[in-house]
Design a binder for this molecule. Structure first.
Ligand code: TYM
Length: 334
């Protein structure tokens, strides 16, 4: 039996993963696979809160899973799967809905932001999205949840729901901790460094770097990155464009922020942008080659998907059974 502490995290398949998802989350996931029993999920059920083209959703989901493997998540060491393959997520989400207050959901900033962006489709799924997220995590008794800064509020709600439930029914759920990296937890857009780089960006392609961008696209995007007018390479809140470039460089090279500032000291913004672009190209290259190889190997990817679903189903059913018993559902006939 695996006695390591448990990690759960997820990624929405609404587009090709970005440099933001890689630096804020997936890279840290890969670092944790030896010390933890890790489950990493393509959360395709979450993606339904915004209208999706069915073929595109299926395609992006498979691509996301191939990226997981290419970025170093070894399916022999961790469980990689699609959320929609494990019905316990939806079952537990319903139960947890009944332990979550509308006042709490009303405070969720992502709900407010996404509602503002999709005024014609403010659906109930978008509203209860954080409850499904709590179910994802609590089903596996996760101890740690590595995420970017934008998920902090959802994690806090998940902890509140778990504690509320445990207070009534005893210690059913592990109360998880968020793991938010000190550097890279919020990679900003290259064109709009005041806002998070997001894979659902459609208006301005130059704002995001996707993991599938070619080397020349990446360099072009960095060359056009927004900076400021004083030509001083320094990490500071009043310099969001420069700070974002220094953060990306630090993450891509493994240097600290002060080391990155020192490296570029005395150089101009043109050299900074080129230097960061080249560092990103060098970092992504080996991953991209592996990804292309994986996407061409359908039999292997299918086997990863099947095994992941089986492992996740078995783990999730243990918690779901305990929950059903605790709340008073009639015993299931065998
Ligand atoms: P998603 O798909 O938006 O993003 C996946 C992960 O990448 C992080 N991330 C970023 N980090 C830094 N800078 C950025 N620009 C950036 N963009 C994305 C996110 O913080 C996230 O960790 N609701 C979640 C998915 C989810 C989940 C879960 C996560 C569903 N259930 C349970 C953890 C546990 C989301 O939409 O992530």
């Amino acid at each position: 039996m695996n006695t390591k502490p448990i990690i759960f995290s997820g990624l929405q398949a609404t587009g090709i993963p970005t440099l933001g998802s890689l630096l804020g989350a997936i890279r840290n996931w890969a670092r944790l696979t030896t010390d933890y029993n890790c489950l990493y999920c393509v959360v395709d059920m979450h993606s339904m809160t915004i209208r999706q083209d069915p073929a595109a959703l299926r395609n992006y989901s498979r691509m996301a899973l191939a990226w997981f493997v290419a970025l170093g998540l070894d399916p022999k060491e961790c469980t990689l799967y699609f959320q929609s393959h494990v019905p316990a997520h939806a079952e537990l989400a319903w139960i947890l809905n009944c332990f979550t207050y509308v006042g709490e959901l009303n405070r969720m900033t992502q709900f407010k932001d996404k509602s503002a962006k999709n005024e014609d489709n403010i659906n109930a799924g978008l509203y209860t999205y954080p409850v499904l997220q709590a179910a994802d995590i609590l089903l596996y008794q996760a101890n740690l949840v590595p995420v970017g800064e934008d998920q902090r509020q959802h994690l806090e709600l998940c902890r509140d729901i778990a504690m509320r439930f445990n207070k009534i029914y005893g210690d059913i759920f592990t109360v998880p901790e968020a793991y938010i990296p000190p550097v890279g937890a919020k990679i900003m857009g290259l064109q709009n460094p005041e806002k998070k780089m997001s894979k659902s960006e459609t208006e301005n392609e130059g704002n995001l770097v996707s993991l599938s961008d070619t080397d020349s696209d990446i360099i072009k995007k960095f060359k056009r990155a927004v900076t400021d007018s004083d030509n001083e390479i320094r990490f500071a809140p009043e310099k969001p464009g420069i700070s974002n470039l220094l953060t990306i460089y630090a993450c891509a090279t493994g240097k600290t922020i002060p080391e990155s500032e020192a490296y570029f000291s005395g150089m101009g913004y043109g050299q900074l942008k080129m230097g960061v672009g080249e560092a990103v190209v060098a970092m992504l290259k080996p991953y991209r080659d592996t990804y292309d190889r994986l996407m061409a190997d359908n039999a292997y990817l299918d086997s990863v998907i099947t095994q992941g679903a089986q492992k996740a189903r078995a783990m999730s059913e243990v918690t779901l059974k305990n929950v059903k018993q605790a709340i008073g559902y009639p015993m299931q006939p065998e």
